[in-house]
Design a protein around this ligand. Structure first.
Ligand code: FAD
Length: 407
């Protein structure tokens, strides 16, 4: 460590992207190696993309198959993030969540989720309709529901602020309004502001992580397909009251969980998110953010996914298209809560975009986290949900792998 004289603007570790993953990895690197660690971000502050625009749910680990990275990190991530929020006195809703069925055929998947929970060490309990009424009086189900008491909800922006403040205190440096633009030689990172020398670069660029990796010849089979998650808000005048979270039984073949009710720590109830495939990586509204190059790429990946139809992509995409209109959202939400009226859904305050990885060889949406490495570089390539929940153990895992390679 300390291999660069300070006047050279050299860093032992350079992290691209100040989302929850980049900041957690930076802090862990600094704790472990004590060297100079710099996080760059193209925006003016941390957490302006997925990390500050998500549902804020600390997932318990119900959905993931036991051998996956998601299953490994979610249970511990949930426990540690809750402990962190308590320690820092950050607001949190700890009412848990219920997963409800809309017809009898979903009961089989509900039982499968209960078994996955057990395998992952998550406490989840099948409850009757009467028990469900005690937990979430407005939730609907057919037969049984799954109650997951460890699920919590936080304010992701507040968590990001606390993570950045801790990292700075511990010696991590940040450069904002500083966009990665390329690499040259074996250890020079180019940005829109200046060039930096690095010992090791960690790519946590979210929606742009594939571009950074490809520039170093890594992960050429992976491309990012952005999916926008729109939200509605439950009107404060609605008859429906939600204490914690009401989720549907998801289609376990696709990586998204479906429209759900989430009660944020400030009491606002969000309904969403959708998962609409986009033409631009940062297309938060309308066509703003769609570029011609992105559009050409995205159309060709989407055409590939439609043609191959792996994991019933066509029907999934169709369902999501229906949610472009409020009525589509409303239809899904009425399966979860009794007494919901169309006028109860008010436009949401923000949308978030998922950086979903596609394997262009197999035409599959990748479900688990992907970490690839190159000489002097590590690339976090599919930090999709629940990466926010998983961020603390996930960062330790990435830093362990860097440490092993530096031995
Ligand atoms: C709608 C939605 C709902 C979700 N709900 C949940 C949930 O309830 N619970 C949960 O655990 N997870 C949830 N997630 C997932 C979670 O938000 C993400 O997995 C997590 O935030 C990913 O963090 P990240 O640091 O990888 O990405 P980001 O937060 O997107 O960070 C990437 C950073 O890289 C920067 N960057 C990009 N390109 C460059 C460049 N060229 N130069 C410099 N900087 C660059 C960006 O500005 C950005 O700040 C949700 C995600 C979405 C979109």
């Amino acid at each position: 460590m300390g291999q660069f004289p300070s006047h050279h603007k050299g860093y032992d570790f350079l992290i691209i992207g100040a989302g929850v993953i980049g900041v957690s990895i930076a802090r862990e690197l600094r704790r472990r190696f004590r060297g100079r660690v710099l996080v760059i971000d193209k925006e003016s502050q941390a957490g302006l993309h997925a990390s500050g625009r998500n549902s804020g749910v600390l997932h318990a680990g119900v959905y993931y198959k036991a051998q996956t990275l998601k299953a490994r990190f979610c249970v511990e991530g949930n426990r540690r993030m809750k402990a962190y929020c308590l320690e820092k006195q950050l607001p949190m809703n700890t009412q848990g969540k219920v997963i409800v069925t809309k017809n009898e055929s979903e009961l089989k998947s509900l039982v499968e989720l209960e078994q996955r929970s057990k395998a992952n060490g998550v406490s989840a309990e099948l409850v009757s309709l009467e028990q469900l009424r005690e937990i979430e009086p407005c939730a609907k189900t057919v037969g049984q529901a799954l109650f997951v008491k460890d699920t919590a909800v936080v304010n992701p922006q507040k968590v990001m602020e606390a993570f950045v403040a801790d990292s700075k205190r511990e010696g991590v440096e940040f450069a904002f309004d500083c966009s990665w633009s390329g690499f040259s030689g074996t250890n020079i990172l180019q940005t829109t502001r200046e060039n930096f020398l690095y010992g090791h670069v960690v790519n946590c660029a979210g929606l742009f992580a594939d571009k950074v990796a490809h520039a170093l010849g890594v992960g050429s089979q992976f491309k990012i397909l952005p999916f926008r998650g729109n939200y509605y808000r439950l009107s404060p005048t609605s008859q429906v009251s939600v204490r914690g979270n009401i989720y549907p039984v998801p289609d376990l073949r696709n990586p998204f969980l479906g429209v759900h009710f989430t009660t944020r720590p400030d009491g606002e109830v969000t309904v969403g998110p959708s998962a609409l495939p986009l033409l631009g990586r940062e297309q938060y509204q309308g066509l703003k953010g769609a570029s011609i190059q992105d559009t050409v790429n995205m159309v060709s990946y989407l055409a590939l996914l439609f043609r191959k139809n792996v994991d019933h992509f066509r029907s999934f995409a169709w369902q999501e298209m229906c949610k472009m209109a409020r009525i589509g959202f409303f239809r899904e939400a009425t399966d979860l809560a009794a007494g919901l009226k169309k006028k109860d859904l008010l436009p949401g305050k923000h949308a978030g975009i998922r950086a979903q990885m596609v394997n262009v060889h197999s035409a599959e949406l990748i479900n688990d986290f992907v970490i690839e490495s190159g000489p002097r570089s590590t690339h976090v390539l599919n930090a999709v949900s629940p990466a926010f929940t998983c961020s603390l153990p996930f960062a330790e895992y990435v830093v362990d792998s860097i440490a092993k390679r530096n031995d």
